[in-house]
Write a protein that binds this ligand. Sequence first.
Ligand SMILES: Nc1ncnc2c1ncn2[C@@H]1O[C@H](COP(=O)(O)OP(=O)(O)O)[C@@H](O)[C@H]1O
Ligand SMILES: [Mg+2]
Length: 304
Amino acid sequence: MTQSAVAANLSKDSEAGASADTSERALPLRAADSPVGPAKILALANQKGGVGKTTTAINLGAALAESGRKTLLIDLDPQGNASTGLGIPAAQRRQSTYHVLTEDTRLTDVAIESGAPGLYIAPASADLSGIDAELSEAEDRAQRLKEALAAGGEESVTNCYDYIILDCPPSLSLLTVNALTAADSVIVPLQCEFFALEGLTQLLGTIKHIQSRLNPRLAIQGIVLTMYDRRNNLSAQVAEDVRLNLHESVFRTIVPRNVRLSEAPSYALPGLLYDSECAGSQAYRSLAAELLEQDQEPQERTAP
Ligand SMILES: Nc1ncnc2c1ncn2[C@@H]1O[C@H](COP(=O)(O)OP(=O)(O)O)[C@@H](O)[C@H]1O
Ligand SMILES: [Mg+2]
C-alpha cells in the first residue's frame, strides 16, 4: 500500500497540512467526586521494536495518573520492559500476565501499585514468549485478555480503573491480537525516522481484520510521533510527511528525543517522576491532555 492509500485508510475530515503543535497543553484534573471507571482500554501497538511503545505506555500512564485518573498498565511483552521500568524486577513477578492469560489468575491479584501514585502495573514474565504455542488449541485464545478484563462482573478490573493501557510486544502475534481484541482504541507510536510508515500497512491490515472478526468497536485513537529531534532535518521532514498524509489521525503532540526519558527506567521511575519538567515529561502531559480532550468530545457533542 502506498502512503496515500494508508492515508485514505486513516484520514478523517481534516484541513490538509495542519501544522505540528509542540506547545504544552494543561492537564485537566479529574473531579475529586467523580466515580472511578469503567476504564477506557488503550492498546499501544506497532510491530516494530524500539519505536517508543513502552516509553509511551509508562509516561502516558504516569500523566493520566498525575491528572487523577487511576490507571493500570498491563505489560504484554515477554521482555517486561514496562515492568522493569516501573521497578518490578523479574524475580518479584511470581504472578504475571502470563498466569492471567493461561490460568484463572485475576488481573486484580496481579496488579501492583508502581512508584508513581495512581499508576498500577500488571507485570509480564518471560514465559509469555511461549504463549502462541501454548494456546494454539484454545478456541478463545484471542479473547483471553478481554475475558480477564471483564471477569468478576461489577468487580471486574475494568471497573476499578479510569484508564487501562496495554503495552504490546514488537510483533503482530497472539499477544498483540489479544490486546487489540480487548481494547477500545489503539495508539500507534511512530518513530521519526526515514522508514516511519513502513510496516504501518501491515498493522492497519491487522486492525481491520480484528475490527471485522473480533472487535468491531476498536477505534484508531491516533498515531503519536516519537523521538523527534529538532536538530535533525530528517525528523522534521518525516513529521511533516506523516502529518500531511495521515492528517488528524496524528496527535498534535510530538514527543521529542529526550535523554531524560531514556534514563528514567534505570531509576525505576517514569520520566514524569524522574524529571518532572524535562521536555519529554511535558510532551507526555500534553499527549494525555489531548487524549482526555478526545475522550470528552462525544459527551460534549451529545450534550443538549
Ligand atoms: N522520546 C525518547 N527520547 C529518547 N529516548 C527514547 C524516547 N522514547 C524511547 N526512547 C528509548 O528508545 C528505546 C526504545 O523505546 P521503547 O519505548 O522501549 O520502544 P518499544 O517499546 O517500541 O520497543 C529505549 O531505550 C527508550 O528508552
Ligand atoms: Mg516495548
